[in-house]
Design a protein around this ligand. Structure first.
Ligand code: SF4
Length: 467
């Protein structure tokens, strides 16, 4: 880098995988003397890191790039790059579409970002596209977070081999690769030295993790539980066809370190639609899997992803989805309308569902779930939960942390408690967030707390459909 005082703004759309990638981009660019800034107006370099799982974020990229026209006119030195799944998917099309974009990079080219930026600043640099899949084997990527805080995400797999017919991930993130177990262990130990107490193991399908030494996901989970001083371990996303008894046993025998929370997308309650989605399980098999999990981990909390309006979905099949939501007892659902994605099989299905019908089904699903959710959260009122405190809001004087069941809890307390596990009595349980009172410290103060992070929680937790 020639200029040592440049400033970078990164705009991020999508799931936790993308948020993690943005952290990695910031870290790499910081090493190349770029400082992060809060607005595009302050930046010399703007990067849009965007997800393409649904149509909406792709449209957002196009409209956001347009808003940078004035900035580029004012500052000819400004460089604009587009990355993430949108970069991987659209490649040269992005450059054809907008002359404002200087470079495009894919999901496997993040580590090349500093050199791409340097090239983009060269005289007569021209436009740059770097979106090849790097066929390195095995997959080895260290966690890069600037300020790790209390809890962080650790990638253990990338890509996916499942080719669900609605999903663009195998095309934008490539085929599945697992990190060697020894690399994950070393990575986690480094994070612990930096103060991390909780990790979430991250992958499109963590259950199909397979280390070169033959260890599977259950082995990795147990090694982390037994051999590190982590306080909590979570993972996402799981695939119902790969979630097995061995994993449930490992989760149970390593409680409370391994959290009693599972995100298990079912996508549709209809076996015919599941088959068309290429999900690899039937409605009955999903229900049996839940029964196995509950029999092994009695207090487990479940969440799921659902798609409504998949091509050919009849009213009766949609009602089967509603009945799954009503009978299984998910504590959180992430539901989306089907949207056709490039390259995918389902995009070519001729029996696409009308948007009005999809909207109406989605609304009915949420309405049905609302009744379930209101009922389910009641059991938390008055309960005392162990909360690992993650952050402190200076303005409100609130602490925020999560329970083992992944419940976001807000309560009044001292900043010094960040990083500690405390007991909190739940005083009000909303479907997405709880408020409570500290019960293990002398300076307990009951009071109002924010419940406004629902949208953020939705973004972070809805992994499978957001990937
Ligand atoms: S929905 Fe999940 S399992 Fe299916 S292809 Fe996409 S990432 Fe893979």
């Amino acid at each position: 880098m020639q200029d040592t005082n440049k400033r970078v703004y990164i705009s991020t759309y999508g799931c936790q995988m993308n948020v993690n990638d943005t952290e990695r981009m910031f870290s790499l660019l910081e090493m190349a003397n770029y400082s992060p800034v809060a607005t595009p107006e302050q930046a010399d370099l703007i990067i849009i890191n965007a997800c393409s799982i649904r149509e909406k974020p792709v449209h957002k990229v196009y409209s956001e790039v347009g808003t940078f026209r004035l900035l580029k006119e004012r500052n000819p030195q400004l460089r604009i790059g587009v990355g993430g799944c949108v970069g991987q998917q659209e490649k040269e099309n992005l450059l054809k579409w907008s002359p404002l974009i200087d470079f495009v990079f894919g999901t496997d080219s993040i580590d090349l970002l500093p050199s791409l930026v340097e090239k983009a600043y060269e005289d007569n640099a021209g436009k740059i596209v770097e979106a090849k899949f790097q066929h390195r084997s095995p997959y080895h990527i260290e966690t890069m977070v600037r300020k790790p805080g209390v809890a962080t995400f650790v990638n253990i797999t990338k890509g996916c081999d499942n080719f669900c017919t609605f999903c663009v991930v195998p095309y934008t993130r490539g085929r599945e690769k697992s990190r060697p177990l020894s690399h994950v262990m070393e990575d986690v130990k480094r994070l612990i030295q930096r103060g991390i107490k909780e990790i979430t193991l991250l992958g499109q399908n963590v259950n199909s993790y397979e280390s070169e030494c033959g260890a599977d996901f259950s082995d990795l989970l147990e090694r982390l539980a037994l051999e590190t001083p982590l306080e909590r371990i979570r993972f996402t996303t799981s695939h119902p066809k790969d979630f097995n008894q061995k994993l449930a046993n490992v989760m149970f025998r390593n409680q409370p370190k391994v959290c009693e929370y599972i995100h298990l997308p079912f996508q549709s309650g209809s076996t015919r639609i599941l088959e068309r989605m290429n999900r690899g399980y039937t409605r009955e098999e999903y229900i049996e899997k839940i029964a196995m999990i509950r029999a092994t981990i009695p207090n487990v909390v479940l969440s799921t992803d659902i798609i409504v309006g998949f091509p050919g979905e009849t009213e009766e099949e949609f009602l089967e989805t509603i009945s799954m939501v009503q009978t299984i007892g998910f504590e959180t659902i992430f539901a989306f309308k089907y949207s056709p994605r490039p390259f995918t099989k389902a995009a070519k299905f001729t029996d696409q569902i009308d948007e009005v019908v999809k909207d109406e089904r989605l609304a009915r699903l949420f309405k049905a779930y609302d009744v379930v959710a209101q009922e389910m959260v009641k059991r938390y009122d008055g309960q005392i939960l162990d909360i690992l405190v993650e952050d402190y809001d200076e303005k409100r004087g609130n602490l925020h942390g999560r329970s083992s069941q992944n419940k976001n809890v807000y309560f009044i307390g001292d900043k010094s408690l960040v990083g500690q596990t405390v007991q909190v009595k739940i005083t009000k349980a909303f479907p997405a967030t709880f408020r409570g009172e500290l019960v293990t410290h002398d300076f307990v103060t009951a009071g109002a707390v924010t419940t406004g992070l629902m949208a953020q929680e939705m973004e972070i937790s809805g992994l499978e459909n957001s990937l």
